[in-house]
Design a protein around this ligand. Structure first.
Ligand code: IFM
Length: 784
């Protein structure tokens, strides 16, 4: 069963019924002010930091679900009937409903008894506020006398306090009204304020939530809307609301446009000036056009025409869009990660940069610098940081011997390398960046060197990397206090990072460092091959008693996905072991909805393994399909030249392919989710944790750089596809260092991999050169 469709022309996903299995959300804003908007208007807003600068409230995991939100009520003054264009919260059965989620905006449209209400939510020009652009049309040939109520429930800015310290918070909240602007702030703060405003003539307003809703009522039947007027309440305590009532009498076939503005002001006295131009509908519409143009530009750096329409849709639009959202919010704020406590992940954000490198490398660089500032002087890094302050830490998981994660710092190397390949900005390596002590400052190159040194200096009994609190798999908590548990995955990631450093140094002709890193690589590679090969695949880890995980000798967790794919990615697997490992992945771990993390799943809690065993079998890291890991399998298959397999793995997790299956899948079909319940779970196939996942960046990398093979290089653009043998070719447009490359790949002999010749602007060549910015070039790649 489906709940909507992709509107390819308008680059939107159109939800056609409001009762989606979970709220299907979108993000507005570009990483500063922004928020979440669901298909029925649910969601919330925040400014820069959803924990410390929450603007509106949301009641997570609530019954009724998905409340509150940014609500617009339409009331007929003559009949007293009222409804919402987005269906919620009144839930009046509508004569028409749609939600169009586009890039950076959502449009909710409802129709009831000849009135069409349409609300467009977006953040204009990266301002500290969002617009609600409301259009109300009377489609009948009679007069309809209406009222529009606009509603947003404020949150105390510290969203944890808002829930924990009700005693304090509810005595200090203050709501005020002044000529179309409602402000909300704690008593002791005089400059900052959250606000809700309109340029319309206000018939009545409320700033106090309880007054607007009424006792023992809800957002579904607020007393103000029911009685047709707000109470002009000033909020001196309890809860704040921004609520306006606007008269809207419409003659036959008449239409009216109204604008509401919700935001956060650093300086309360500036609000009126800041929002003035946007209150005019014409200007709001112009801002909306600018938003659409900026997204068009964002996605224009790469576009492909392959024989697979769904792949085109995701590579060209939705996957790129999701990558920007993960760059903005890491794993901090969604409907599953609540914007409370977790902050921005170091490993997460480092990986997120990979998904946007081709389009906004300068912004990716800014993120990388923030992450480098999270490094300790010994090379390891914070696990997370908060965007408002840049302060970070290791999170609140219980500490045994070590408080650090063994992988966080190593991802920085992949991010920096990708940035340099995209831009050619080798100077970045010489830039001085402070460590998290804010005293010591060293070059980026030295930061990366320290990251490698940290892993090199923290090895266990098998001479491979110590596991610390965990590695990429946050739930594999093997350190029980002895501090000898080891991670094969981190060891392989370290090898991959060394390969990337050697590549850079090779380009820079720094032979001393190449020698140092080559020795480190060989040392680790040998240690892995000597102690971690299990016969048909690589082991995953050793626990604090030096017992293996991911071995035939284990009853549960005999084989794990990551130590197979990363054995290939790190080029550790040689002599047939790479193929053998990947065959084992297909044989033991694959399923029709994706590859599971490990098999068989643990059935009982086991203190020597930690968090992973708290999950029932088939859930998340315990044998679930953790989608982030699947593109690593695709890349490995590409590295082995297996285009059909790589595409099979790509296809089976592509969200668009689950559109007709949405009743089971449950989550949004236009973005990747974090996990799908695995084959050992009774509810195999249900998706969960949509939006914020490393799945986005790595699928972008796997599809565009490996399957389609279009990769930035230090001094050239590589086009080295590994595609399904059924394809006769594909076309792509790629902007690289400012020049535009029109690429045509021909596959006359229907092979998966291998390039026979490259023709650039009509001349056969070895490499596709870097051209001057602003120029355009034709590239033909003929496969073998
Ligand atoms: O790698 C982590 C990520 O940092 C946060 N979500 C879970 C992943 C796997 O444990």
């Amino acid at each position: 069963m489906r709940f909507g469709y992709f509107d390819r022309k308008n680059r939107e996903y159109v939800v056609t019924r409001p009762d989606t299995p979970t709220p299907w959300i979108n993000y507005i804003g570009s990483g500063n002010y922004g928020g979440i908007v669901s298909n029925t208007g649910g969601g919330y807003s925040f400014h820069k930091d959803p924990q410390n600068r929450r603007v509106t409230r949301y009641r997570y995991n609530n019954i009724p679900m998905d409340r509150p939100g940014r609500y617009v009520y339409i009331r007929n003054k003559d009949t007293g009937e009222y409804w919402n264009p987005g269906y919620q919260p009144v839930q009046k059965k509508l004569d028409g409903y749609s939600c169009r989620h586009g890039l950076g905006y959502s449009v909710l449209t409802g129709e009831y008894k000849g009135v069409i209400g349409e609300v467009t939510y977006f953040v204009p020009d990266d301002k500290n506020f969002e617009l609600w652009f409301v259009k109300v049309s009377n489609t009948r040939s009679i007069q309809q006398n209406l009222q529009i109520f606009a509603y947003s429930e404020f949150c105390f800015w510290d969203a944890i306090m808002d829930q924990q310290n009700v005693d304090w918070v509810q005595q200090i909240n203050q709501g005020r009204f002044d000529d179309g602007i409602i402000t909300y702030h704690p008593h002791h703060v005089s400059d900052n304020a959250a606000f809700f405003a309109t340029g319309e003539k206000v018939s009545s307003f409320d700033t106090n939530l309880e007054t607007f809703i009424g006792r023992y009522r809800s957002e579904g039947n607020p007393i103000a809307v029911e009685q047709g007027a707000c109470s002009n309440s000033i909020s001196y305590r309890t809860n704040g609301v921004g609520a306006f009532c606007i008269d809207c009498d419409l003659g036959p076939n008449e239409e009216r446009e109204l604008v509401f503005v919700l935001g956060f002001a650093e300086e309360k006295s500036e609000i009126r000036k800041d929002i003035k131009e946007y209150l005019l509908p014409e200007n709001a519409k112009a801002a909306f056009s600018r938003l659409q143009a900026s997204w068009l530009d964002f996605t224009s750096k790469l576009s492909v025409e392959t024989p697979d329409e769904d792949m085109n849709l995701f590579v060209n639009i939705w996957n790129q869009y999701q990558c920007k959202t993960t760059l903005n919010w890491s794993r901090f704020v969604s409907l599953y990660q609540l914007g409370l406590g977790r902050g921005m992940g170091i490993r997460d954000s480092a990986q997120d940069t990979l998904g946007v490198m081709h389009t906004i490398p300068a912004e990716a660089k800014e993120v990388i610098i923030k992450l480098l500032k999270c490094q300790y002087t010994d090379g390891r890094a914070y696990h997370l940081f908060f965007p408002l302050t840049g302060e970070g830490g290791q999170g609140d998981a219980p500490v045994k011997k070590f408080d650090w994660y063994s992988d966080d710092h190593l991802w920085l190397i992949l991010a920096v390398n990708a940035y340099i390949k995209e831009t050619g900005d080798f100077e970045f390596l010489n830039m001085e960046v402070p460590y998290n002590d804010k005293i010591t400052s060293q070059t980026v190159m030295r930061h990366l060197d320290m990251a490698l040194e940290f892993t090199n200096n923290n090895r266990g009994p098998h001479n491979i990397a110590l596991a610390g609190r965990a590695d990429w798999n946050d739930t594999l908590n093997l350190d029980t206090g002895k501090g000898v548990a080891e991670s094969v995955f981190t060891s392989m990631l370290y090898c991959r990072a060394l390969i990337e450093m050697i590549e850079i140094l090779d380009y820079l002709k720094n032979t001393d460092m190449i020698k140092k890193y080559s020795d480190m690589y060989e040392d680790m590679k040998n240690a892995i091959n000597d102690t971690c090969w299990d016969g048909e695949w690589y082991k995953r880890a050793f626990d604090d008693n030096s017992q293996p995980l991911g071995s035939k000798e284990n009853k549960f967790g005999k084989i794990f996905i990551n130590s197979q794919s990363w054995a290939v990615l790190s080029k550790v697997a040689e002599n047939g072991r790479a193929n053998e490992s990947m065959e084992s992945v297909e044989k033991y771990l694959n399923s029709k909805y994706g590859v599971v993390t490990m098999y068989p799943a643990y059935t009982e809690y086991d203190t020597t393994k930690g968090g992973v065993t708290t999950f029932p079998p088939g859930t998340k890291e315990n044998g679930g399909i953790f989608l982030h890991t699947n593109p690593w399998v695709m890349i490995s298959e590409v590295m082995l030249g297996h285009g059909d397999k790589a595409f099979m793995y790509y296809n089976q997790i592509l969200p668009g392919k689950r559109n007709d299956d949405a009743e089971l899948y449950e989550v949004e079909p236009y973005v990747y989710c974090q996990n799908i319940l695995g084959k050992e779970h009774p509810q195999f196939g249900i998706g969960r944790n949509s939006w914020l996942s490393g799945t986005a960046a790595w699928n972008m990398v796997a599809s565009s750089q490996y399957i389609l093979g279009i990769r930035a290089n230090y001094d050239s653009l590589t086009v080295d596809p590994c595609i399904p043998s059924s394809w006769k070719g594909f076309k792509a447009t790629r902007v690289f260092r400012g020049a535009t490359y029109y690429i045509e790949v021909q596959n006359p002999n229907r092979v998966c991999a291998g390039v026979e010749k490259i023709i650039v602007d009509g001349v056969e060549t070895e490499k596709i050169p870097v051209f001057e910015a602003g120029t355009e070039h034709n590239v033909v790649v003929v496969m073998k």
